[in-house]
Structure formats: structure tokens, C-alpha cells
Design a protein around this ligand. Structure first.
Ligand SMILES: Cc1cc2nc3c(=O)[nH]c(=O)nc-3n(C[C@H](O)[C@H](O)[C@H](O)COP(=O)(O)OP(=O)(O)OC[C@H]3O[C@@H](n4cnc5c(N)ncnc54)[C@H](O)[C@@H]3O)c2cc1C
Length: 397
């Protein structure tokens, strides 16, 4: 697919990667209209599943504001963005008990909700439509970038077909395994969690009550996220050995194992959809910028999904980068890219470190750590000012 005469488009900015983060930047730049944008994606088509997409995100209030700014939110809410009002978190080392359960409640902060659950395919669709509604944005699908040349005068990407496309700036939003990051010679620090996230949807015996449920097991956290059709989306992060077992189980055995893992917080579980397994790692690029080149989204940083922050961080990158690029006539201007990097690195590194620490703390099985941890959750629950600070940060308000 070549959309809207993209083949002959002379772009100021080339965005490689039409996932949610690249599309958000395209939509934001398109709305301000200062730069002509060419979006490239390797995928030939962008199908939207009839049922609920297996990949869903918990989007923060800050991400909602950004989607409103892009003009994408109206296409999602209310049919395809499902608010969740509460969140319950507890430790797997102790039986579930109110004294050691952390409860976040939107009403405590006078907020209408804690965020929304949104399907990946619908989010991409809404952002794609917003971006392509702008005269200054074109999209080329089925276009894989395989080489990169960065020079003072301009940047060039070379597609798999050998076509050379030039712009003042190349933005790499090509995901965790970013080819462009490697082509730009940017090194990463990474840690393989030796876990995979098993993702599926299930029917629950009791209503989910617009609550997100998360239990931290020593083998990784298991979460039930409330969907609009009454079911729950499952994100079960499990050590590789356990992940193999969970993937090999029959549907009934998996539903039983999941019921036990969530202590039947929503009663018995049934009818799981096909399971998808995603490898989990922490990754951070040593730098986000090179000459006429910048990284964003998962290409720059990958976090453990235990707090569902990946897309939220990527959308915040898009907002900041759009502001920095709009401030300069030349989008490859080093000063603007540096400002973006300075601001986003601080926020991204803090989140990465926080997720890493939580992952390590909850993986400890021995006493006294297990007891301290369960007590700690209860303590935060009772320490109202601290809890409100945590909630405000998670909401991005
Ligand atoms: C199990 C799990 C649960 C998660 N839950 C949440 C959650 O609740 N909330 C949240 O905020 N985040 C969540 N995340 C994180 C989220 O999935 C990522 O942060 C997000 O997908 C990153 O978006 P992106 O646009 O940066 O990259 P991607 O979505 O990976 O998109 C990259 C795009 O680049 C294209 N591409 C790749 N290489 C090339 C190339 N060479 N040429 C052209 N195109 C190319 C690809 O086709 C793709 O479209 C979760 C992650 C996992 C694993």
C-alpha cells in the first residue's frame, strides 16, 4: 500500500515504524504542519481483528490527553477505550488479605478513572487515521528500511527494494529490536528477564468491576485487565520454565492454573483464547540521538510490562519530540534533539529503574523478604500521602 502519493513525497522528517509511537509523532507533527512527514512501515497491511485484539494496553490519563491532542481519542472512546476505576495489587507469598493489599481507587484522587484499556490494533488505526487526515503526512506500508546514511547535509534511508529516501531527520520508532538503532551504531544496555508474558483473554465467573487485578508471584506478576465485553485480558509474566508449561497446557488446565495464580479473585476462569508469548527484557539505548537521527518508543527503551508503562512512555516521547522539532525550522537541528533526549531520558530511566527494582524485589522468595514485602504493600495502602503520590505519578496527572 502506498497512501496518498507517498512515493514522490519529499519529506523533512522520515519516521521509520508505524506502531503506536511512530504514528503518534506523525499525527502530532501533522497537526502543527511545520514539517512534511513520511511514515514507513514494514508491514504490508494493518488488519483490525473482529473480536478483541489479543494485545491490549493500559493507557494512562496523560496518554489520553496526548491522544486527544492528536485527534485520535474520539475514534477510541467510548466503544474501544474501556475505563478502569480501581486497581488491586497483592503479594503471592501470602494469602490475599485486605491488610496486605494495595488498592488504587480513582475516587480517592477525585478522578473519573485510573486510565483506559485499549486494543493495540484500534489504537494504531485511530492514530493512523489522525495522521493521514493531515495534508503534510504520508504513509508507505510494506516498506522495510535496511540501510541508513547520516551526514551533515541530510539523512538517507535505503529500503529493501534499494530505493533511497532523503530527509532532514530520520526518526527510528521501529520497536525493541530496532534495526535503525543498530545501523546508527547506538549501543544498548539490556537485561533479559528470562521470562515471557503469556497474553490471552478469559471469561470470569464474577464481574471484574472495572478493576485491574495484579498478583506478584515469585515467578512473575499475573494481571487481569477489565475489557469492555465483560471478559478480562490476561498478562501473565512467567519464568521461562513456567511459561513453557503454561503454553503446553490444554485450555481447561490453563484456566485452572490461572484461577489458582489469581487466588480466584474473580472466581473460576474459563474459555481462554489462544495464548501468545512475548519475551521480556529491559533495554535502554546509551544515547537517543545521532547526527540527523533520533530514537523513540521501544527502539529507545523497553520496560517490564508489570506496570503497563511501555506505550505510555513512548507516547510521552512523541509529545516531547514533536514540541522540540516544531521549535526549529530544520528538524535535524542538534539543539532540539538534545533537549528531547535530556528530558525524556530522565523520565524513562526513572521508570526503568523502578520497574527493575519491583521485578527483583517481588522475585525474592525467602523470608524475611516475603513477609516484609507483603507488610510493605499494606503500609503503602495505609500511608495515604505516599499512595496518592504514587497514584498521581501512574496517572500522569
Ligand atoms: C506483554 C506486554 C504487555 C504490555 N502491556 C502494556 C500496557 O499495558 N501499557 C503500555 O503502555 N505498554 C505495554 N506494553 C509495551 C508496548 O507493547 C510497547 O511499549 C509498544 O508496543 C511500543 O510501541 P512502538 O511503536 O515503540 O513499537 P512497536 O509497536 O514495536 O512498532 C514498531 C513498528 O516498526 C515497524 N518496523 C520494524 N522494523 C522496521 C524496518 N526496518 N522498516 C520499517 N518498519 C519497521 C514494525 O512493523 C512496527 O509496526 C506491553 C508489552 C508487552 C510485551
Amino acid at each position: 500500500m502506498k497512501t496518498g502519493g507517498a512515493a514522490a513525497w519529499a519529506a523533512d522528517v522520515i519516521i521509520v515504524g508505524g506502531g503506536p509511537v511512530g504514528l503518534a509523532l506523525g499525527a502530532l507533527l501533522g497537526r502543527s504542519g511545520h514539517h512534511r512527514v513520511l511514515l514507513l512501515d514494514a508491514r504490508a497491511a494493518f488488519p483490525v481483528p473482529e473480536g478483541v485484539d489479543p494485545r491490549v494496553y493500559a493507557l494512562s490519563r496523560a496518554s489520553q490527553s496526548l491522544l486527544e491532542r492528536c485527534g485520535a481519542w474520539e475514534a477510541l472512546a467510548p466503544r474501544h477505550a474501556w475505563p478502569y476505576l480501581r486497581m488491586e495489587v497483592w503479594d503471592g507469598a501470602r494469602p490475599r488479605h485486605p491488610a496486605s493489599t494495595l488498592v488504587f481507587d480513582a475516587a480517592e484522587l477525585d478522578q473519573p478513572d485510573l486510565g483506559h484499556i485499549v486494543e493495540n490494533a484500534r489504537l494504531e488505526q485511530a492514530l493512523r487515521e489522525s495522521a493521514l487526515a493531515c495534508d503534510t503526512v504520508r504513509l508507505r506500508s510494506g516498506t522495510r528500511v535496511e540501510a541508513l546514511e547520516l551526514a551533515a547535509a541530510g539523512a538517507v534511508v535505503v529500503t529493501a527494494e534499494g530505493e533511497r529516501l532523503q530527509a532532514g531527520l530520520v526518526v527510528a520508532a521501529d520497536g525493541a529490536g530496532s534495526r535503525l538503532r543498530a545501523l546508527a551504531g547506538i549501543e544498548v544496555q539490556q537485561r533479559d528477564y528470562q521470562q515471557r508474558a503469556i497474553v490471552t483473554h478469559v471469561t470470569t465467573e464474577q464481574p471484574h468491576g472495572q478493576t485491574a487485578w495484579q498478583r506478584f508471584l515469585p515467578t512473575g506478576p499475573v494481571a487481569l485487565l477489565p475489557l469492555g465485553d465483560g471478559r478480562c485480558s490476561v498478562v501473565w509474566s512467567a519464568d521461562d520454565g513456567l511459561a513453557d508449561e503454561l503454553l503446553a497446557m490444554s485450555d481447561d488446565s490453563f484456566a485452572t492454573a490461572l484461577g489458582e495464580a489469581t487466588e480466584y479473585a474473580l472466581g473460576t476462569l474459563s474459555a481462554p483464547e489462544p495464548r501468545i508469548a512475548l519475551p521480556l527484557r529491559r533495554l535502554h539505548a546509551r544515547t537517543y540521538t545521532a547526527r540527523r537521527f533520533v530514537l523513540m518508543g521501544d527502539a529507545a527503551h523497553v520496560v517490564h510490562p508489570l506496570a503497563g508503562q511501555g506505550v505510555n512512555l513512548g507516547l510521552a516521547d512523541a509529545a516531547m519530540l514533536a514540541d522540540c522539532l516544531d521549535a526549529d525550522a530544520d528538524p535535524g537541528e542538534r539543539r532540539g534533539l538534545r533537549r528531547y533526549e535530556r528530558t525524556r531520558k530522565t523520565d524513562n530511566l526513572a521508570t526503568l529503574a523502578g520497574m527493575d527494582a519491583l521485578q527483583r524485589i517481588f522475585a525474592l522468595r525467602r523470608e524475611p523478604m516475603a513477609g516484609l514485602r507483603a507488610g510493605g504493600l499494606g503500609l503503602v495502602q495505609r500511608a495515604r500521602p505516599l499512595k496518592r503520590r504514587l497514584m498521581r505519578r501512574a496517572l500522569g496527572v
